[in-house]
Design a protein around this ligand. Sequence first.
Ligand code: MN
Length: 233
Amino acid sequence: MSQTYLFDIPPTPGVPVKGETAQYPVSRIFCVGRNYAAHAAEMGFEVDREAPFYFTKPATAITPTGSTIPYPPGTENCHFEMELVIAIGVPVFKADLAEAEKAVYGYATGIDLTRRDLQLAAREKGRPWDFGKAFENSAIIAEITRAGDYAELGPQKIWLKVGNETKQDATLVELIWKVPEIVSHLSGFYHLAPGDLIYTGTPAGVGPIKPGDVITGGIDGLAPLSLTIGPAE
Ligand code: MN
């Protein structure tokens, strides 16, 4: 007899994959903090190479490109953060750089929406970042491109516009921690597996969103992303 549940089983969020009808199922979302020097500087930090650090979002934060979302609750300063997203495709634990590279299923463009006021208040008090980072509709993502169908990472531009105004404009070569380094490092702390996404951090130029904004973003060679901000609920 199969297990029964008292309530409907919550759905597993899925992300479309280029050339596939089946979707990539999302289980965990890891996010790298301060992975571009210019963004770290605008947040008041000098970046060192000591070790990357992370925060997480629930899988339920996944929101597909093209969505209109309500302005998030509990904040008066919600920011966009345009990011390269890694999708893991092979189970790895304590991976070296070569194993880490092979564990990457694909890449996507994403936005790490951040309730900056709540994040900074938490940071000042030494409290967790969850309220600032892990909330509904906070992980926007576009279609995944398989790693084998993508060029070597480096010169690709990563950008974000609010309306017609360019807010973020950088290249992936500016990533402090490169993709294999991130996957290798994180796999020392977690058994990474298919379903795990890693948002790799944002370049400089982060800023606030407001109701009525149409946000577009992209990374050369990957499916672009759009997001419309509706009124608060
Ligand atoms: Mn971020």
